[in-house]
Design a protein around this ligand. Structure first.
Ligand code: SF4
Length: 290
């Protein structure tokens, strides 16, 4: 054979072998089902995708929306009989006497839970016991208490017909190192009020009066839950809402001056009397001679 013929034959053989390898590669590569479907489709029409489990991506399912948990309903105190009220208040008073939830418990002589008629329609609530109250374990028994007694009598009631209590049940002192000092009283601070508030709320819920007179700015702001000054809060009734318990029936609250403030500022008595007259009108009282 000629040299040129041999070279041409070798080239054709090489080309043949290369094309065989490419055919084998094409036919041994298994088509995916999706590719096979596309290849079977008539021209110009894309067939619907067949599900291929190997291609499926399982996205994590979004958690079902949770309903916002409702706050637990406040326990509602039932309207109690006189005997039930007396028993419940007595039990509460014993708890208060053992209490040391705030620092006032360490320096008091006596806790002062409060006292009065458990079936009354009217409660007076001050801010905290003072020197005399700490020694006697009774609310409003000092000079301010004597003025409060006169205010109650001017309304046509007696002390025994109403219930008197404070927001803090133990004596807040300016200088707790010297409890024997006179003029050592102060208002309870926010932390002390928050600690003691549950006791007062329970008392209010048990007695469930129709009206409350908040004596002084500290008591008014805490019970009306408004930071306005006493001057801005006075002169109207508010619906009372308690934090820890639902009242068995609506209770209204009005604010006036603390008797101790009236002793220091006798000119304010006229305005305090206006506030008490509003309560008297609600209760149908006409004064000492009604
Ligand atoms: S003021 Fe109230 S909370 Fe504080 S120790 Fe006395 S009873 Fe307890």
């Amino acid at each position: 054979m000629e040299k040129n013929s041999l070279r041409r034959l070798a080239g054709e053989l090489k080309h043949f072998l290369q094309s065989r390898n490419e055919d084998e590669f094409i036919h041994t590569a298994a088509p995916t089902q999706a590719a096979a479907a596309v290849s079977r489709a008539p021209a110009g029409r894309v067939p619907p995708m067949q599900e291929d489990s190997t291609l499926r991506i399982d996205f994590p399912r979004a958690a079902a929306p949770q309903e916002t948990p409702m706050p637990a309903p406040k326990p509602q105190e039932p309207l109690m009989t006189t005997a039930q009220k007396q028993a419940a208040l007595q039990e509460l008073a014993e708890t208060i006497k053992q209490c040391s939830r705030c620092p006032l418990g360490a320096t008091r002589i006596n806790a002062v839970p409060g006292e009065g008629n458990v079936d009354t329609e009217l409660m007076f609530i001050g801010e905290g016991p003072g020197y005399d109250e700490d020694r006697q374990g009774r609310p409003f028994v000092g000079r301010a208490g004597q003025l409060l007694d006169k205010m109650i009598i001017a309304m046509g009631l007696t002390r025994e017909q109403v219930f008197i209590a404070n927001i803090a049940k133990c004596h807040p002192m300016v200088d707790p190192q010297h409890p024997e000092k006179h003029g050592n009283d102060r208002a309870p601070n926010a932390e002390e009020i928050a600690c003691c508030r549950k006791f007062l709320e329970k008392q209010i819920a048990i007695i469930c009066p129709k009206y409350i007179v908040a004596l002084g700015g500290v008591s008014a702001k805490a019970l009306i839950s408004d930071a306005k000054s006493l001057g801005a809060l006075r002169g109207k009734f508010y619906n009372l809402h308690l934090d820890s318990v639902a009242l068995p029936r609506p209770v209204e609250i009005i604010a006036t001056f603390h008797p101790a403030a009236l002793l220091r500022n006798p000119g304010w008595k006229k305005d305090a009397w206006k506030d008490l007259r509003m309560v008297m009108a609600k209760l149908g009282l006409k004064g000492p001679n009604n």
